[in-house]
Design a protein. Structure first.
Length: 172
């Protein structure tokens, strides 16, 4: 992530961000921000299924010392352990404080598990129920539905593997 007003205006920073995108892509992400995004925006994002891959990426980024901020999202104890294993420290932690307001208006917990995979909330609860219906009717596979649900997620953090697990539960 390029820091707004600090290193987002320099060509070498853009090249460093592109390098981060290349490194992420080398590690076979479950999902990654489209390449045009990391070539034109101040951020590159990717999603991975296992901590060992994340640890390997962090080690490579640490070795290349590109001087860019790296944000890792996940369960805090797992992230802390992984960061310690590569001899780094956590700088900042963001916590979710839960959901407030008229919770009865929200979709089911399982649907929310899918919609909240995108950091920009571009995955519609109605599209999830639509694909669940198609899956139950045998008109589409769970894998294809997960890929279709990931399409609107421009940030690249939608985890299609996790979506397959949740869709499997929703279609039973």
């Amino acid at each position: 992530m390029l820091a707004a007003g600090i290193n987002d205006k320099y060509d070498d920073s853009r090249q460093k961000l592109i390098r981060v995108g290349e490194i992420l892509k080398q590690h076979n992400p479950v999902n990654i921000m489209p390449e045009i995004g990391w070539r034109t925006s101040p951020t590159v994002t990717a999603t991975f299924n296992d901590l060992e891959t994340v640890k390997n990426i962090i080690q490579q980024l640490k070795k290349e010392d590109l001087g860019l901020s790296i944000v890792i999202s996940g369960l805090i104890p797992e992230i802390k352990r992984t960061i310690r294993e590569v001899d780094l420290d956590i700088h900042t932690v963001h916590l979710s404080l839960g959901t407030f307001g008229k919770k009865e208006l929200l979709p089911s917990e399982k649907v929310l598990e899918i919609t909240t995979m995108c950091g920009h909330h571009t995955v519609s609860p109605k599209s999830i129920t639509y694909y669940v219906k198609l899956i139950k009717q045998g008109k589409i596979t769970i894998e294809i539905a997960a890929k279709k649900l990931a399409r609107p997620c421009v940030c690249g953090i939608f985890n299609t593997s996790r979506a397959i697990e949740i869709l499997t539960t929703l279609t039973k």
